[in-house]
Design a protein. Structure first.
Length: 374
């Protein structure tokens, strides 16, 4: 089922015609084309993207809405008596969506990153993996795959700024803040937390690659776009949930939101593990244990990050600067590191691993003597 939510067409207007940006060999209005040999996990993952795509389809068929603000209303937030909708920041644009952010720049950024998802997702899981192009890849091809997947997520919004972003400095645009947060969080995840996958989950990379701290450069790049997709999906669902439970008692609201974050984090972690199962060079000692227990370990990333990431520019009148974004991302990363290391110390590996007693030794898993042997 495709989710529908009306928004204002001019919020997504960019320098190029919208139809050119949202059409191409891999996407059409409201349609995700079937891909050869795609697995069920890939199909489920793509349905999350159709929310943004279907939203834009609706806007193409609607008349562009222009909200007029009475001259005596000059504050940053006012109510239109004609439409009954909220007018934010004097932009003249209204949004009645319970899924999308009230901040125009954040709304545009979230939808852009969702719309960008089919490009890298189709490239990796719709072309490279099912056609086994990776069999001929060397270190260079793997690096290029990561660059082609990640770099456009920076270049496109920089070169073709959304209408709502054109009046803002680059540092004040939501997509810049979101990208910085994810860059920091995903970098820490790859550089440090990957070694927990080695020593606790029994994972290993066996494809040719240039590495940093024994982690392939390609994974740094692909993790960035993956995490952007996951966190944008989390943003819109958490926001909608909060609207739905706003009238409930505070304790029930807290419990409901916590349960949803846990469920969504586990679902995404499990889905990613399933989605890459056809790639033979990311291996596990026991794949079944990784699916069930390892996905919970991986979900710890998102249990921490989803609610923290949502806070960026979420409250009207409380926009974040880049230093605050960076500190918040580092704080989230430190909290995840502590929780993962507590798992390593007190629970140990989920499967028998050669020299698995190393997980009970003091110190962190990327210190000498920990992790897979070269």
């Amino acid at each position: 089922m495709i989710l529908k939510s009306p928004i204002i067409r001019n919020e997504l207007k960019v320098t190029l015609p919208l139809s050119q940006i949202a059409s191409g060999p891999f996407m059409d209005w409201g349609v995700v084309p079937p891909l050869p040999d795609q697995n069920a996990a890939f199909q489920i993952q793509l349905t999350l993207f159709t929310f943004a795509l279907d939203t834009l389809k609706d806007t193409e068929s609607e008349t562009r809405i222009k909200a007029s603000t009475p001259s005596h209303q000059t504050g940053p937030r006012s109510t239109s008596h004609q439409t009954g909708q909220i007018i934010m920041g004097g932009t003249g644009a209204a949004s009645s969506s319970l899924w999308l952010a009230t901040n125009p720049s954040k709304r545009w950024g979230e939808l852009f990153f969702l719309l960008y998802t089919p490009f890298w997702l189709t490239l990796c899981l719709g072309i490279v993996v099912p056609y086994k192009l990776y069999e001929d890849f060397t270190e260079l091809e793997y690096l290029l795959l990561g660059l082609v997947s990640a770099v456009p997520s920076f270049l496109i919004p920089m070169l073709f700024a959304g209408e709502v972003d054109r009046s803002l400095c680059l540092k004040d645009r939501y997509w810049v803040k979101a990208s910085l947060w994810i860059v920091i969080f995903s970098y820490v995840g790859n550089y440090f937390w990957t070694h927990y996958f080695f020593t606790v989950l029994g994972a290993s990379y066996t494809f040719p690659s240039w590495k940093m701290n024994n982690v392939p450069h390609t994974t740094f790049l692909l993790t960035h776009v993956c995490f952007l997709f996951y966190h944008m999906s989390s943003n819109i669902t958490l926001r909608r949930l909060r609207h739905s439970i706003a009238d409930l008692p505070e304790k029930i609201q807290w419990f409901t939101e916590a349960a949803w974050i846990l469920a969504l984090a586990y679902f995404i972690a499990y889905l990613e593990t399933i989605a890459i199962s056809n790639f033979p060079y990311y291996q596990f000692v026991d794949r079944a244990s990784m699916y069930k227990v390892g996905s919970l370990f991986y979900a710890i990333y998102f249990i921490v990050s989803f609610p923290m990431f949502l806070r960026i520019d979420e409250k009207p009148g409380n926009t974040w600067d880049l230093p605050r974004v960076a500190v918040d991302a580092l704080g989230a990363a430190m909290l995840v590191t502590i929780i993962l290391d507590l798992w390593r110390i007190f629970l140990g590996p989920i499967v028998p691993i050669p020299e698995s007693n190393q997980c009970l030794q003091p110190g962190l898993p990327w210190f000498p003597g920990h992790g897979p042997k070269a």
